[in-house]
Write a protein that binds this ligand. Sequence first.
Ligand code: X8Z
Ligand code: ZN
Length: 636
Amino acid sequence: MKRSWWRTGLGIGVVASAVGCGAGQGASDSPVCPTTSPMTVAYPASAASAAAAATPPTVEEAREFVRVLDSDLRRLWMQRDRSSWVNQNFITDDTDQLASNAEEASMEYLSRKIREARRFEGLQLPPEIARQIALLKLASAAPAPDNAAERAELATVLTQMGSLYGKGKYCPDRLKGSKAPCLSLHELDDIMAKSRKADELLDAWSGWHGIATPIKPLFQRYVTLSNKGANEIGYGDLGQQWKSGYDMPPAQFEAEVERLWQAVKPLYDELHCYVRARLRKHYGAEKVPEKGPIPAHLLGNMWAQEWANIYDLVAPFPKEPSFDVGKKLAGRKVGAKEMVQKGESFFTSLGLEPLPKTFWERSLLRKPQDRDVVCHASAWDIGSTNDVRIKMCIKPTEEDLITVHHELGHVFYYTQYYKLPILFQSGANDGFHEGIGDTIALSVTPKYLKSLGLIDAEPDNDKARINLLMKQALEKVAFLPFGLLIDKWRWDVFAGKTSPERYNAAWWELRTRYQGVSAPGARGDGAFDPGAKYHIPANTPYMRYFLARILQFQFHRALCKAAGQQGPLDTCSIHGSKAAGEKLRAMLAMGATRPWPEALTAISGETAMDPSALVEYFAPLQAWLRDQNKGQTCGW
Ligand code: X8Z
Ligand code: ZN
């Protein structure tokens, strides 16, 4: 989103880069729309026409429209983001109300301006003016209906969903009079990561998923209201709007995503097959079926989205030294601030400026003990004045060290584009924004970690290399189908193909089809398991993370080349390379000024998203897995 890429929070913010061409404009057989210059603003015909003005529109008028828009949005979004920051740092009824009010004001303004902008349809405009007007329609991930009461309701519902999730706790056996303390996600995550007892895992899993039941009726209202809002600005439904943020028509984007998935699916299938066999050894055949999906609570993560926490159960060569960064971080009592400083120093080694002083003064790095906060990690950019922050309940774990780099990727993006017109202060597309920090984390190699004193020795043989690649695959490859299916589920919900009665059933159908995981036991009538994943109540589109997993390897390959590295991709680190830093900076500084293929060209010379870098990175592991899986019946 515009201000805060971690979440599209109250549905605000730029979903992605512009619709350089919508349906009916641009070649449908090319991967992206050609850049037209000057651009024509294209709004779907169904939304057109209300703005028949007495005098014909002019280029000068459009320029002035965009000037005023920019200045108003700065004011409104600063107000909204400050309110949201306070709300998420201190969840109370009062801050909920303040956040909803600020959200509503932004929504009202956006709807009004989108309506007014119809006046410029068909007018030949300079590209930067046309692109800002096109981006306006994508600037909220939950466009509000024009009706004031419905708009206010949508703002309230969005805040309530976010806060319910943020405050969510599992209180074990309360009904049976247990005095056991209530557990927040922060604590439940630890159980999911560390416990190796199926019953304990099931309890933590079920306990957390229970928090989502009250979110379902709110979610239903949000679907109705935001669909209405999307419809009023010319989209068939909200999913259509989300899919319009990639400089190509929505149907083409769906095909593009499918192309990427098909290229990486064979690797996922091998990983799944191997992991299932290893888990069966640990948990037994009655818990893990030989040929069926893996129960979702056994993969080391609440959502079974990344599996690195079960590395110990699946390590290819357990006798080789492990590179357990978490142990060192905890053992040395490395603090949250120090972890962020280590992340920052990687970015500055590339030639980027250090973070502003206010970053350190205003960020939230530790979970407060005395109040409810939204702990899901996020990066914020408040007011286009380089007032950047992160909010994260950091633990001294390897997982969080990676997430710190992820968040800093957002923050450094902000620092490079905050002087652009506000509608351009955004990623080239949202997958770019999500991929930057992860790209840097790919360069956090054993060699680099050794230089930080976070591991003792570098791997020096093939077995250790396979171990490392396995750890990476558990993080990166395991995520791919999860990254894909979240929005496949939502697209169907928004399109009305999945009715509220089938929300949960459809969720598990997709999770089984794509991930090969199953619900750990029957789910009750009230269950709303999608609501137990942050991005659903937070209204944050999710396909961005799937794209980012592909793009980060492409960026990594390009930056390694710029850094003059010639070895395999898994051993490359761009740490200290000013040449790589310059390529990265050039792309970040473009923000969303141009269609994303041009930004991709700036960093890599390429124009299409390309899964081959990811496949190349994991090729040695894929060959090893194929060998291990011989004789097994893979699939589910
Ligand atoms: O939500 C995030 C970031 C903030 S943008 C922590 N991620 C996704 C998730 O946690 O589900 C990063 C990876 C995927
Ligand atoms: Zn992110």
